[in-house]
Design a protein around this ligand. Structure first.
Ligand code: SF4
Ligand code: SF4
Length: 576
């Protein structure tokens, strides 16, 4: 029976059916649900790792021990894991190892729009690219066979549209794969120069064999069209757009294996069509390869390098009406819904205190990046995971004053600790604020090493942030409640004037966690409210002004009482 399934759910099903035994991932939109869904199968051990590098190395270890393994991450996470990635390409694997990277064209939830296909070419690894949920299931399953046949990790590349769209899926049964025996093999697995030099030709030979496999693999296929004046080469979500835009008008070479590419197949396809058009999002990865083969083609000159494509764009650029007739009217405007911190978000209080203190706030990756949004506008830099702490050190050493780093608990575990070690070791003054909301918030409430729970919500190891910071050599470590504006302001003032590095842990669980008990919503005494709008400066979505008076939306307010602390006229009722 076919089921409607999200791409990530289907990917998890494919991993399960393939006999995956071990999965270690770091959450990152749009990849997170793969590991969450996989954790629902008791036959597969699943965990959240502190970061993507750890996840990939753990997956490699499981493969070495003889079990099919998996690690998943978003595109920027692959940068973190790039170090092991390039060398597992040399060692190869024991049992099959599959790596998922999920790109985010259009930057729905990311700080850049990098095209991860380049990693397959640079690290000399095979990469598959499904174009719907059924393919997601099948490609993850097939990836293990390729991995074991070619002694190579295999990357499966998802993207936001494939990961989060739903389509029909036919599921199968799980194949139980016995453990492969672990065999000591220093020449294969110890990548010191003398051994690595001998492994490089093995990698090149493997890529040659994989390129041969790509020529006949059912992962790549030609679909005939009625008009050979144009031929399209495409993959992934662009394949769906092409079919919606053009139907069966032009022949299509659909690449399911994006690296290595089937050169003979591409040449042959090109020889049967007049104009060769490459439809791909972001970089001209396929296009450049076709040009390197000496083929004349068009791609980026039509579709550009930015954001997502659509059936409309493809039909417009190729000068044909949309085949499916599903052309969105340009006049249909979806109202903008800018992201904002939730009502009662514990980050709001500390950002308000930072703004009042006039600090230069170096930020990080998490829901608290919204501290940069008006009316708080309290964050001035965000680069990548962990960068707030490292950049604070450089900022302070270079003479920057009154600066703080803000970083979430999960991000701190991911890559903030090493920056903090640098501050402790190379001795700079600055205040690092760990925003401990006791969960990985932005990706949808995943556990992390500070929460004391594992991926299934069961008790697990718990790292004590205060002890960790003290063990690193910080004498000034204090905890504040971000719902208490005065406490935050006093702590900031004291630590900024201390003349030495310090850590403030702003601790309050995310207001959306199920176990968090809320106070009744506040009310405004219209007699006392003077309409001064002081309370509006914290930007709580539960607050608005009507007829010159503040108003609380009781369906949103969680009674945190932060707004009440800003009202000089005592107009708020409740929130004690
Ligand atoms: S701060 Fe107090 S007086 Fe001013 S608008 Fe808000 S509720 Fe009214
Ligand atoms: S108490 Fe005030 S700040 Fe807190 S959620 Fe309610 S309206 Fe927002």
């Amino acid at each position: 029976m076919k089921q409607l399934m999200q791409g990530n759910t289907a990917a998890a099903r494919g991993l399960y059916e393939a006999g995956c035994f071990f999965a270690s991932s770091y959450p990152g939109t749009p990849s997170t649900e793969i590991t969450e869904e996989l954790a629902k199968y008791d036959e597969v051990y699943c965990e959240w790792a502190p970061n993507e590098k750890v996840a990939m190395e753990a997956a490699f270890g499981a493969s070495l021990a003889g079990r099919r393994s998996f690690c998943g991450m978003k595109h920027v996470g692959l940068n973190v894991a790039a170090d092991p990635l390039f060398t597992v390409s040399y060692t190869g694997i024991n049992a099959g190892m599959v790596i998922c990277v999920a790109d985010d064209a259009g930057m729905h939830s990311s700080q850049n729009e990098q095209d991860s296909r380049h990693y397959a070419r640079a690290a000399k690894l095979p990469m598959l690219e499904p174009s719907d949920s059924q393919e997601a299931l099948e490609f993850f399953r097939i990836a293990y066979d390729i991995s074991e046949e070619f002694d190579s990790p295999v990357i499966v590349k998802m993207c936001t549209r494939i990961a989060h769209s739903q389509s029909l899926v036919e599921t199968g049964e799980r194949k139980e794969i016995p453990a492969r025996p672990y065999e000591k093999n220093i020449a294969k697995y110890v990548m010191m120069p003398g051994n690595a030099i001998k492994r490089h030709p093995v990698v090149e030979e493997r890529m040659r064999r994989l390129a041969e496999y790509a020529e006949t693999s059912p992962l790549n296929r030609v679909e005939e069209g009625s008009d050979n004046s144009t031929g399209i080469i495409t993959s992934s979500t662009c394949y769906q757009y092409v079919k919606e835009a053009l139907g069966d008008k032009y022949p299509v070479l659909k690449l399911g294996m994006i690296w290595p590419m089937p050169d003979r197949m591409i040449r042959e396809f090109s020889g049967h069509v007049g104009r060769l058009v490459i439809v791909e999002e972001l970089d001209g990865f396929i296009e450049e390869h076709c040009r390197a083969l000496g083929l004349q083609c068009e791609g980026k000159s039509l579709f550009g390098y930015l954001g997502e494509l659509s059936q409309n764009i493809i039909a417009d650029k190729l000068g044909v009406p949309v085949h499916s007739g599903v052309k969105l009217s340009e006049s249909v405007k979806i109202p903008a819904r800018p992201p904002m911190m939730c009502a009662g978000c514990p980050h709001r209080g500390i950002f308000y205190a930072l703004k009042q203190a006039g600090c230069t706030v170096l930020g990080d990756i998490g829901c608290y990046t919204l501290g940069a949004v008006a009316p708080l506008s309290a964050m001035e830099m965000t680069l990548c995971m962990g960068a707030s702490v490292s950049a604070l050190h450089g900022f302070s050493k270079a003479g920057g004053k009154n600066a703080v780093a803000v970083i979430g608990d999960s991000t701190f575990m991911h890559s903030g600790m090493t920056g903090l070690a640098n501050i402790a070791y190379n001795q700079s003054a600055g205040v690092v604020i760990i925003l401990d909301n006791s969960i990985t918030g932005m990706t949808g409430h995943q556990q992390n090493p500070t929460t004391g729970r594992n991926i299934k919500g069961d008790p697990a190891g718990k790292i004590d942030l205060e002890s960790l910071c003290r063990a690193m050599g910080f004498g000034r470590v204090r905890v504040v409640d971000p719902y208490n504006l005065k406490e935050c302001a006093d702590a900031l003032k004291e630590e900024l004037s201390a003349g030495e590095a310090s850590v403030i842990i702003s601790r309050r669980p995310c207001a959306l966690l199920k176990y968090v008990k809320h106070n009744p919503p506040l009310k405004v005494d219209a007699e006392k409210c003077k309409g001064c709008k002081s309370c509006m400066r914290i930007g709580c979505p539960a607050l608005s002004m009507k007829d010159g008076k503040a108003r609380v939306d009781s369906t949103l307010c969680v009674g945190c009482g932060v707004c009440k602390q800003l009202c000089k006229f005592g107009a708020f009722i409740g929130g004690e």
